[in-house]
Ligand binder design. Structure first.
Ligand SMILES: C[S@@+](CC[C@H](N)C(=O)[O-])C[C@H]1O[C@@H](n2cnc3c(N)ncnc32)[C@H](O)[C@@H]1O
Length: 681
């Protein structure tokens, strides 16, 4: 009889082995959707699964990025000429056909000195082998070289080996790899582990790292979860809970929470050169332009906030055992990367810190109970506008889909249902107060490929359609502008076409605005604001036309030439620490007490790093051209400040709805209303 404790280990291992099932299914979905770098003629994944599911666009994109990041690391390793055999050992390979993909894409000549070793539990390897052997295509790749089967449990060829071994048993692992012909003394070895070692008890994975470090030309690339903004960040919370519920807790993450901790881990376990960075750094700075463009073309996508959370909750850990053999994945680090480098000779890098901004405090915000008289449905990506007549909330994505419900919250916080069936359900729309206490609803979308050009005016208790946009637009940014003696709405037209538009209250017409700054012509997801006191505006945050972060503040002036409006921009001179905090997409902009030269920027998804709770709200000081921090008392259960809508009523800042789908781990939906009281410091 198996002793009880061993039994428990076995069943825990079984749960861990099962994590491979969802991984292989998701990667199969990526392949099926035709993401770049995946073979369009043959399926490498089909032999391992019975049916290919179709995952959501953001899960596909996440898994694709994961695969491409690992391939990038392998390519860097293979590129280095070392004049000796190269070994790529995949620790916890599951059914991942990566080695076979690479073997097939490299020419026979270039595989001469390269061998791949796929390691996993014996049970998983046994299944893997039988699935490879029963598929003509995969068997053909393996057969291309000499072929022998060890009792039908393992494959061993000149350059491909499967190794069934528990990674906790390092003596056996070494013995088995040596039996496969891996000469640890004369080979250059890359150990990869894609979301695998993180499931091992920490003492076992520490021993694994230490064991690897003893080889004179050893390198690593581990891709694992991190919690960059702490375990209390909603995305981290949902991710950690998911793995716990599946009986596969992320032991590695519990012990090594963030990039800095991981850097010290590798250093302390014997590695002379270490670089660790998040997958967001890979996405923003290392992913090739060609791949980026092809990825955008693969399937419609508009889940940017949650995708950036995903990117920032995964790390790439690359180390070399000795400085003599080291190489970098990141050749030219810059302060905007979440990137740490350690070398035993003292050459270190770390990301820019934002402390100077965080020490600059003018007001503070405290969470208080909202006194709104009626519960509102909790929605993401609705439209919200505030004027002296109250706050209007319209549309958004509720738990039962896109909605067209609309509510007016009066100054006394009474709620009036003002929904109209004339307006089709939509999200990512904009609502702007216009003159006489009216509000304008602008654009929005049904799906990312079905955007609206329609606009509606809410006036005297009813909605009526008004002048449409010249073309459809969602994720727009708007501000009211006073020019000459007229009132206008200036609009950055967001997705899908970009550009700038202006609506005249006098003529009730939209017209195009010439943008004189090329990098802002097709930008989207920014915060824009015009100060009537100062008679100029600013724009900050968002993404450029290549969907890469904008981290500047640009001051703008509106001018009319030859009967056409033009926008003229000049950038502020900001510190790197300020820019890191400003690089966020779809933040909210709110104005306190009509002091419209000091608007608040609230939440949004950080594009270089996950925004910590104390960094969520910042003031843009338009006169001083600087960024100031607004301290926030951290509530026990913090909301996530993405896809929410914020606005101020007197000294209260309201946050409506919001939430995110946390990759494939579950979702985090905010309670419908949060209220923050503003007080002077
Ligand atoms: C989430 S799957 C990832 C599989 C593959 N790396 C991928 O990304 O598609 C984790 C893999 O690590 C393997 N693994 C975890 N702990 C292991 C251990 N102690 N020994 C062998 N394999 C292990 C599991 O069996 C599983 O196949």
């Amino acid at each position: 009889m198996v002793p009880k404790q061993e039994n428990t280990f076995r069943s825990k291992d079984k749960e861990v082995r099962k994590t491979n099932d969802s991984s292989i299914l998701s990667k199969a979905s990526v392949e099926k959707c035709g993401y770049p770098g995946f073979d369009k003629n043959h399926s490498y994944y089909r032999p391992f699964i019975s049916k290919t599911p179709r995952r959501s666009p953001s899960v596909n994109r996440g898994y694709w990025t994961r695969c491409i990041a690992i391939r990038f690391a392998i390519e860097q390793f293979l590129e280095k000429k070392r004049g000796k055999p190269k070994a790529i050992v995949n620790l916890g390979a599951g059914y991942d056909p990566l080695a076979l993909q690479l073997l097939n894409s490299l020419s026979d000549r270039s595989t001469e000195d390269i061998a791949f070793y796929d390691v996993d539990y014996p049970e998983s390897i046994e299944n893997r082998v039988s699935m490879i052997l029963s598929d003509d295509f995969l068997r053909g790749i393996v057969y291309r070289n000499s072929f022998e089967i060890d009792e039908l449990e393992e494959i061993h060829t000149n350059n491909y080996h499967t190794v069934g071994c528990n990674l906790k048993d390092l003596d056996l692992l070494q013995k088995k790899l040596e039996e496969c012909g891996l000469d640890f003394k004369t080979s250059s070895i890359l150990f990869i582990s894609e979301v695998a070692a993180v499931y091992m008890p920490v003492n076992a994975s520490d021993s694994l790292l230490q064991w690897m470090s003893q080889f004179s030309d050893a390198h690593s690339c581990f891709l694992e979860q991190i919690a960059p903004a702490g375990f209390n960040h909603p995305f981290a919370k949902v991710m950690i809970r998911h793995f716990k519920e599946w009986g596969t807790p992320l032991h590695g993450l519990a012990a090594y929470q963030n990039l800095e901790a991981l850097k010290y881990r590798w250093v302390n376990l014997g590695w002379e050169h270490v670089e660790v960075f998040d997958v967001c750094t890979f996405w923003n700075f290392l992913l090739s332009e060609r791949y980026r463009v092809e990825c955008e073309q693969t399937e419609p996508f508009d889940e940017w906030e949650e995708f950036y959370f995903f990117l920032q909750h995964y790390s790439i850990q690359h180390a070399s055992s000795t400085l003599d053999q080291m190489y970098n994945l990141v050749e030219h680090p810059n302060p905007f990367m979440q990137y740490y480098r350690y070398q035993i000779n003292g050459h270190e890098c770390s990301p820019v810190q934002c402390e100077s901004i965080l020490s600059n405090k003018r007001i503070e915000l405290t969470m208080v109970a909202a006194e709104i008289k009626q519960a509102l449905p909790s929605c993401r990506s609705a439209g919200v506008g505030a004027s002296e007549n109250g706050i209007i909330i319209q549309g958004g994505l509720s738990t039962s889909g896109r909605t067209n419900s609309a509510f007016l919250i009066t100054e006394k916080q009474n709620v009036i249902d003002i929904s109209s069936s004339e307006i089709s359900p939509r999200m990512n729309l904009s609502i702007v107060p216009v003159n006489n206490g009216d509000y304008m609803l602008i654009g929005g979308r049904e799906s990312p490929v079905r955007a609206f050009d329609t606009c509606y005016l809410y006036s005297k208790g009813a909605w009526k359609q008004t002048a449409s946009l010249p073309y459809p637009a969602f994720r727009v940014s708007t501000t009211k502008v006073h020019y000459g003696n007229e009132n206008f709405i200036l609009l950055q037209a967001g997705k899908p076409h970009g550009g700038w538009l202006i609506w005249s209250e006098q003529t009730n017409e939209w017209s195009q605005v010439c943008c004189t700054e090329p990098s802002l012509t097709k930008s989207w997801g920014s915060s824009i604001h015009y100060s009537s006191q100062l008679q100029y505006g600013f724009i900050t945050g968002g993404m450029n036309q290549h969907n890469l972060p904008i981290d500047d503040v640009w001051e703008w002036k509106l001018e009319k030439r030859n009967n056409r409006f033009e926008l003229h921009f000049s950038p502020w001179n900001l510190s790197e620490g300020s820019k890191v905090l400003l690089a966020r997409v779809n933040s909210n902009l709110a104005i306190l007490d009509n002091d419209n030269a000091m608007p608040l920027i609230i939440g949004g998804a950080g594009l270089y790093k996950t925004i910590k709770w104390e960094e969520e709200v910042i003031i843009i000081n338009m006169v001083g051209q600087q960024i100031e921090n607004v301290p926030l008392e951290e509530p026990e259960s913090r909301p996530v400040l993405v896809s929410c809508q914020c606005c101020c009523l007197r000294d209260l800042l309201f946050v409506f709805g919001g939430g995110c789908i946390c990759f494939s781990f579950g979702s985090f939906i905010n309670e419908n209303v949060h209220c923050l009281k503003v007080s002077e410091k």
